[in-house]
Structures are given as C-alpha cells and as structure tokens.
Design a protein around this ligand. Structure first.
Ligand code: AMP
Ligand code: MG
Length: 319
C-alpha cells in the first residue's frame, strides 16, 4: 500500500463542530503551535501559526510534505497582508475584485515579516490569500497571527473536501478537525505570481485567468520560463489506482466518474454544471479510491471556465 492510500495508522482525530467551544479549542491549540485542520471554501487546510518555526515544521511532518514546497499564508484582512508582504497597486485591485476568495498571490516577502523561513521554503516571495469561509475567517480573527495552511491530507494524496476525508488521511498525525461541512468550491485556490514585469497563473483554480486579466490586463506571454512554481509536482492528488482520462467508452473493472448524461458510478454533475463538478471532484476520487474496482476512468469534461482547473487536477491524479 503506498503513502497516498494507507489508512488508519493511528487514532482518529477529534472532529469538533465549529461552535463556540470548537472554535475556542482550535484557537488554544493554534496559539500553542499545534496544527489544526480547518474548513476553507476551497478544501480543508491543515493550519498552524506561520510565525513559529516549530508549528510550521509540525505541518510538514504531519503531511509528509517535502520541505522545498512552500505554504500559502492565510490572512484575515489587508493590514495583515501588509505586515508580511510588499503589495503594489495591482494587489489592491485584485483584493477588491476577488477577496475574500479563492485567489492566492505570490508577492515580495517583507524583510521583517516575522514568518518562519520554512513557510516560504527560503524564497524571497510569499504566497498570500484572504479566505472566505466564515469558520476560517473567525479563527484568523481570534488568532491575530497569520496561518500557514496547505491542504489537510498526506502529501501527494487526494485533497479533503469534508472533515471525514481529513480524519481518514491524517489519522494518528493530528489532534483536531473543525467541521464546517462539505467545502463549497472544492478545488485549491488559483495561484497568481505578480512580478515586476507582469503576472502569470502558477496554478489554475476557481478564479480563472480571464477573470484576472479583466483586472490586470493580459498575462506575461510564453512558458513559465524563469518563473519558479515550486512544488507543482506532476503527480499529485493520487487516488492510489490507475486513472484513465477522457474515457469515451466504458470498460470492465473501471470505476467510472461521469458528468452530464454520462452517469458512470459517480456523476460529478447530472446537470452538466462545471462548478458543481469542481466541488464534487475530490469526493469522486475518494469514492473511486474506496471502491472495489482496481482502475478509475473519467469521462471527457469541458475545458472552459473552472474546467481548466479540473483538467489540471485530473492530469496530476493520472500521472
Ligand atoms: P498548497 O500545495 O495548496 O499548499 O499550495 C502551495 C503551493 O503554492 C505550492 O505548491 C507552490 O507551488 C505555491 N507557492 C507557495 N509559495 C510560493 C512562492 N513563494 N512562490 C511560488 N509559488 C509558491
Ligand atoms: Mg495539497
């Protein structure tokens, strides 16, 4: 059994409702430097204080994440962003258009940011996001320090969109999950790098390149030449079984992930709605991983809008 599919290696973490007592318990642990899994509108994050090297090391340890792969820092408001990064007028425009929301910006790191250097993997830049989920926002507000939070799963595995997914992936590795229900967007944030010479999408996500271009004008042309996107590994989101993409035909022994009129074993959206499909994609991969079939097939999906981000995640799941 590989790293991505191993299960139940230790006691299940406590799953607490995000009520007053759950919130207070989570904030107490976070203050002490203990990572806690929290709901966001994209996927569940494994959060820890970004200003504490020990807390950040605990995230990498719990996930088994390679240390060259930097973390996204979550902030409650613009003032908190200005304490860790050096924004320019483009940041203000994007914040007005998309925050709080599923857009992460890679910005110059402030020399006196106070962030643990492992958060940025030693880079002179930092990835920052202002999340929209009310539970994550309330925790950030109460903490008063920024939270580093990658997805709350073992490194390389399928991302969690429910508290149960988190508990299954990180059993024996974390203490507490705050339950905020099924996440709404279902895919990780779009990552945009803002360079002096222009901007570029490092990871497609719920906010599309066209939407960013409507605010900033066209992106830098050409390849990601010279623009590093650390940790964007070819294989990621791995369900632990072979995945066949653009599967027009049905084959014996495959768990078929469908869309629209092509039902399969798990239909991402009978209505053919791509946003709904994005929000259910990881649930489908979790269901496929747990199913008796030894292989997974995914029907062809449209590429417009969030379809590009879905295709990106499926390509890595199949790699
Ligand atoms: P996640 O894996 O969802 O935690 O997202 C983190 C991803 O953000 C990493 O895999 C990197 O690709 C990207 N990232 C984080 N910080 C930086 C940075 N300073 N420069 C470029 N990309 C970054
Ligand atoms: Mg992840």
């Amino acid at each position: 059994m590989n790293e991505a599919t191993a299960r139940n290696e230790g006691p299940m973490p406590r799953i607490a409702q995000a009520d007053e007592s759950g919130l207070a318990g989570a904030v107490t642990l976070l203050r002490e430097g203990v990572p806690v899994a929290l709901p966001t509108e994209t996927v569940y994050g494994l959060a820890a204080r970004a200003d504490d090297a020990g807390a950040v090391a605990a995230i990498y340890r719990a996930k088994g994440r390679p240390d060259f792969n930097p973390l996204i820092v979550h902030v409650p408001d613009y003032a908190a962003l200005e304490r860790i990064a050096v924004p320019d007028e483009r940041v203000r425009a994007l914040a007005n258009a998309f925050w709080p929301g599923a857009l992460t910006l890679v910005l110059p790191l402030r020399a006196d940011s106070g962030l643990a250097s492992a958060v940025t993997a030693g880079l002179p830049t930092v990835a920052v996001r202002m999340p929209a989920h009310p539970v994550m926002r309330e925790v950030l507000r109460r903490c008063g320090f920024p939270l580093a939070a990658p997805s709350a799963n073992r490194s390389g595995a399928v991302s969690p969109t429910s508290a149960a997914h988190v508990a299954a992936s990180l059993a024996g590795r974390i203490e507490l999950v705050l339950d905020g229900g099924h996440t709404q967007r279902g895919l990780e944030s779009t990552i945009v790098a803002l360079r002096p010479s222009g901007w570029q999408v490092l990871r497609p996500g719920p906010v599309t390149e066209e939407q960013v271009a409507a605010v900033l004008g066209p992106p830098l042309c050409g390849d990601t030449d010279g623009i590093e996107a650390p940790g964007q590994l070819a294989s990621h989101y791995a369900p632990g079984k072979p995945v066949r993409l653009d599967a027009a035909d049905e084959r014996e022994g495959e768990f078929r992930i469908g869309f629209g009129s092509d039902d399969g074993h798990f239909n991402l959206s009978p209505e053919g709605d791509l946003n709904a499909a994005a929000s259910r994609l990881y649930s489908a991969l979790h269901a496929a991983a747990a199913a008796p079939q030894e292989r997974i097939a995914v029907v062809p999906l449209p590429r417009d809008g969030i379809g590009e981000a879905i295709a990106d995640r499926l390509r890595r799941a199949a790699a």
